[in-house]
Design a protein around this ligand. Structure first.
Ligand SMILES: Cc1ncc(COP(=O)(O)O)c(C=O)c1O
Length: 410
């Protein structure tokens, strides 16, 4: 395989754990990834040696802390090829980044009858904020449907986008693993006069990201799915859009002046970073990006395509029609995230049996209930692979599914 997973596994302390003497097979990275030593050390060292509040105090320790915080922003800028560092805004998570777009850009630009286009494969974080605005403003929400193999059905895209003000879509489905044709979608949005918002939660950890090549206007993603800590997410936005938007949250740091009768907002990025930011977590995210850059995002993608192909073949060979894997077969248009139904056994039962074999998967609706309705199932079992997974892990999943068959009498 492209990546030396035996070596990479050693970077992740939790993967050294044995439960009942057996190794851990972590297949829940679409939910949240594990953390490498490099990130753990960077955060610990920062707390032990350089921690101080940022943007407030002028002593040397605070300057050092500020450099670490802003250094992480610059690293993120290079990682996603953003034109300017101050277009990179740190939020609490991707959910907050998407809410920021809807509450700030959306409330400034969308009025009764204006249309926003989503897709049938969105996470709730890219549905509910729009529905909240719909309740307040009476906007129209349209959705791009799916093909039978879980890709976007673009046959009516131009009609759906006609007159729309925004097209907000995921770059990779957290349920189906489908990688969407980002450039085609952003071009179509712009051709209709809509802005293009990309939910990069599942793509940024797995594919190389270039916001300029994507043609996106906004990109949202979370640190905790890309080897970084929880508590921090990223919103990237075009400078011209961010500059024209009103602040999202009010408080310290996002102002240039406050009087008893009003306030003036600070410049970017401070304008959208109200209150004490997640300083330690941002440093950890910077270290996570450094770690991923050390591996190389093209190698990450290559590895996951190989692994996706292997897992698909293994599961199909072993279980044939007894397993229904949602999403495309072609690894060129999918990541290594698999949602499946297995022999009619309830996903929660499947995941419980898998857990007895130390195979960690997620069961449920994966925060994509509208998609579950389209798929005609209330829940699936989901196995999601990352840089520290290999063929042995796919085999362990198949072996554990065999145990589930035995337990449930197949
Ligand atoms: C596609 C997608 N969008 C948004 C989110 C929300 O991310 P977070 O919970 O980190 O805010 C997720 C998390 O599962 C996701 O997979």
């Amino acid at each position: 395989m492209t990546l030396d997973t035996a070596r990479i596994k050693q970077d992740f302390p939790v993967l050294e754990r044995r439960i009942d003497g057996e190794r851990l097979v972590y297949l829940d990275s679409a939910n949240s990834s594990q953390k490498p030593r490099h990130v753990i050390r960077a955060m610990t060292e920062f707390m032990e040696h350089s921690y101080a509040p940022v943007n407030r105090s002028s002593y040397r320790l605070a300057a050092e802390s500020n450099d670490a915080y802003e250094g992480a922003r610059q690293r993120l800028q290079r990682f996603i090829n953003a034109p300017r560092a101050h277009e990179v805004i740190f939020t609490k998570n991707a959910t907050e980044a998407l809410n920021l777009i809807v509450q700030s850009w959306g409330r400034a630009h969308l009025h009764s009858g204006d249309a926003v286009v989503l897709t049938h494969m969105e996470h709730h974080a890219n549905i509910v904020p729009w529905q909240m605005l719909q309740a307040e403003r009476g906007i129209e929400i349209r959705s791009v449907p799916l093909t039978d193999d879980g890709q976007l059905d673009l046959s009516n895209l131009d009609r759906l986008l006609d007159g729309a003000k925004a097209f907000s879509f995921t770059a990779m489905s957290n349920v189906l693993g489908t990688v969407t044709p980002i450039r085609r979608l952003t071009d179509a949005a712009h051709a209709s006069g809509a802005i293009a918002i990309v939910d990069g939660c599942q793509s940024v950890p797995h594919l190389s990201t270039d916001v300029q090549a994507m043609g996106a206007d906004f990109l949202a993603f979370s640190s905790h799915k890309m080897c970084g800590p929880t508590g921090v997410g990223v919103l990237w936005g075009r400078e011209s859009l961010l500059d024209a938007m009103p602040p999202f949250l009010g408080g310290g740091n996002m102002i240039s002046d406050v009087r008893l009768d009003g306030f003036d907002t600070a410049e970017l990025p401070a304008k959208f970073e109200a209150g004490t930011p997640p300083i330690i977590e941002v440093v950890g995210l910077g270290a996570a990006v450094e770690y991923l850059q050390g591996i190389g995002m093209d190698a990450v993608r290559q590895h996951e395509m190989e692994l996706a192909g292997y897992a698909l073949r293994t599961l199909r060979d072993r279980f044939g029609d007894d397993i229904r894997i949602f999403g495309p077969d072609n690894v060129e248009v999918r990541g290594a995230t698999f949602s499946f139904e297995f022999r009619g056994i309830h996903p929660h039962d499947v995941s419980q049996v898998l857990d007895q074999r130390n195979v960690c998967v997620r069961a449920g609706h994966h925060c994509a209930k509208p998609l579950m309705r389209v798929l005609g199932t209330p829940a699936t079992t989901r196995a999601s692979f990352y840089i520290y997974n290999d063929e042995r892990d796919a085999d362990a999943l198949a072996d554990a599914l065999d145990s589930a068959s035995d337990i449930f009498g197949f």
